[in-house]
Design a protein around this ligand. Sequence first.
Ligand SMILES: [Zn+2]
Length: 221
Amino acid sequence: MIVHHPEDEFLLSLAAGRLPAGQAVVVQAHVESCGHCTERLSTLEAVGGALLERAEPHPLSPDLLAATLQRIAGVPPEPASTSPTPATAPAGTWLPTGVTWPTSLRGSKVTPWRWIGPGRRFSRVQLPHDPEATLFLLSISPGRSLPRHRHEQLELTQVLCGAFVDERAVFGPGDFDQAGPDVHHEPMVQPGQVCVCLTWVEGRLRFDGHIATAIARWTGV
Ligand SMILES: [Zn+2]
């Protein structure tokens, strides 16, 4: 059962197409697995459409159409963000049997898993439409934790499988986590199943320990 959902500001920005690509794929990965947020997003999109219909028309500048067409011509095509069929995980990665690869990651390049400590692996995800977005997969074995750390800015996480717990709550399959600079935590994976998360980070993770800091620098986490 999904307990943690994105705040409405993320769903509103997603509905309006204003969410940066790295954040958007994590929020979309949540929405596609969560009936509650799928419904909420539809409502927000409908409200946005109704507001646009009621908005007073304003005169447009004469060169707006030409300028808009010019901008559209310069934008590389984005992959379809919604698809009725689930995307398959690219070669070199894996998810436990029965876990669906998020459709929002369709077309992404994913590096093979890299060791970042006993029971901990990391993989960089590169989006075709925003290769610089700091997006990665983390895989942590039951009973292991990600060493205690802070975030420079915002971190968004979607739990694809397994569950972790920190000082705030338990985050299980399908849950969404938003952590800002105020969160200083050591997420511990619960017994039973490996926990794989899709994470987007603004800035770097700042680990407390010297070894974790050295591994993070070495691997680029
Ligand atoms: Zn939700």
